[in-house]
Design a binder for this molecule. Structure first.
Ligand code: TXA
Ligand code: MG
Length: 357
């Protein structure tokens, strides 16, 4: 057993556009000292530690209750850092980095021996990304080390898009939370494996596959979840149960009209059976469903998958807090960010998708 430490967690506001250098210098000193800082990125909040310090990285796993088999992403602020994290970097990696960094794309590359084994769960590879946010940019620059950072939630919980979510999950486990308000994308980065013959998406995320294809036309994606498809070798960290609220979730997949109708019918049945029912739906459905006595979390307008992605994790947490017995929601296509939304919802329901014709 690891010794668990307890911190008086401080949450400090920081301006996303003009972060206070004195505050970030203080945060950087905590990282350099081998302790943990939670910070915003354009995707979700991360829980950071010095990636060169194995003991500091261990603290991340302990704080999150995360299995040691689930590898972390190393964050950098400058391309010059890439050579000290990865080796045998293929030309396509440089092309992608120039095109999409800073941004919501994580590249899996052969690992440099300087990166401790626990960062990448004992794998020979390492995941790297450069966040597009001024707070981590300056923080990493001042700390002058790469920073290993998973999403700053307890293991298997929805990723945090607000500093409050980090506090709710990790109070006492992290020394400092930098609060720069809501993250803009709200979905984690797209993870792309470049150590295999054909560049392969391991996790759809904030950078849509359609955009990746512009630079890597042969990029492929086929979901490899642990415990759904027994024959497929799961991608590391792709446990099916993930991103889950502490409440049962029912997911309806089909055309917008069919899935919405099935969702509403089931919600009313459950309500009639005495359950407190939460529904996570597009804005257009919100009023009518609320009028039926359902607890509604509105995700954004139906055609605005960017808004739906940005709001998904926060609305899951809202419904949890409203103490509903069950949450009903639907998929929102697979185009653009819709694919990441689909992936997170499928995993939140552990693959129990209700297909509606
Ligand atoms: O947007 C994001 O990516 C956020 C922010 C904080 O940067 N981070 C994040 O980290 O989502 P995390 O730990 O929640 O997810 C990292 C996932 C792992 O679960 C695994 O699926 C994949 O990235 N990963 C990391 N290293 C890998 C490796 N060496 N090989 C394959 N997959 C890896
Ligand atoms: Mg995570």
């Amino acid at each position: 057993m690891r010794v668990s430490e307890f911190y008086q967690t401080r949450v400090v506001a920081v301006d996303a556009d003009q972060p206070d250098p004195a505050l970030l210098a203080e945060a950087a000193a905590i990282l350099v000292a081998g302790r943990l800082v939670a910070f915003p990125t354009e995707t979700v909040y991360g829980l950071g530690a010095n990636a060169f310090d194995a003991a500091a990285v261990d603290r991340i796993f302990a704080a999150k209750g995360r299995p040691a088999s689930d590898p972390l992403i190393v964050h950098i602020y400058s391309l010059a850092q890439l050579d000290e994290i990865a080796v045998e970097i293929p030309p396509v990696a440089w092309a992608l980095a120039h095109h999409f960094w800073p941004g919501p794309l994580t590249l899996v590359l052969p690992k440099h021996k300087r990166i401790p084994a626990n960062v990448s769960a004992g794998l020979e590879t390492v995941a790297v990304r450069m966040p597009n946010h001024k707070v981590p940019h300056l923080l990493l620059k001042l700390a002058d080390c790469p920073v290993a950072a998973p999403s700053a939630n307890r293991f298997a919980r929805p990723s945090p898009t607000l500093a409050q979510h980090v506090f709710d999950d990790l109070a006492g486990q992290v020394e400092l939370i930098l609060d720069a308000g809501a993250t803009t994308i709200g979905m984690e980065s797209t993870v792309l494996d470049l150590t295999v013959p054909v560049p392969t998406i391991l996790r759809p995320g904030g950078l849509p596959i359609e955009q990746l294809r512009v630079v890597v036309p042969n990029v492929t994606y086929s979901p490899r979840y642990a415990n759904l498809d027994e024959k497929a070798t799961p991608a590391p960290g792709m446990l099916l149960k993930h991103y889950s609220p502490n409440v049962e979730l029912l997911l309806f997949d089909g055309t917008a009209a069919a899935a919405s109708a099935a969702l509403k019918a089931e919600a009313l049945l459950l309500q009639a059976a005495g359950k407190r029912v939460g529904v996570m739906v597009e804005d257009e459905q919100a009023e009518a469903l609320a009028a039926l006595g359902l607890t509604v979390a509105a995700l954004g307008q139906r055609e605005n998958v960017t808004a739906i992605a940005a709001n998904l994790f926060a609305r899951m947490r809202d419904l949890e807090r409203a103490e509903v017995d069950v949450i009903l929601t639907r998929t929102f296509g697979r185009e653009g960010l819709g694919l990441a939304v689909w992936d997170r919802l499928v995993r939140a329901t552990e693959g129990r998708v209700i297909h509606v014709l």
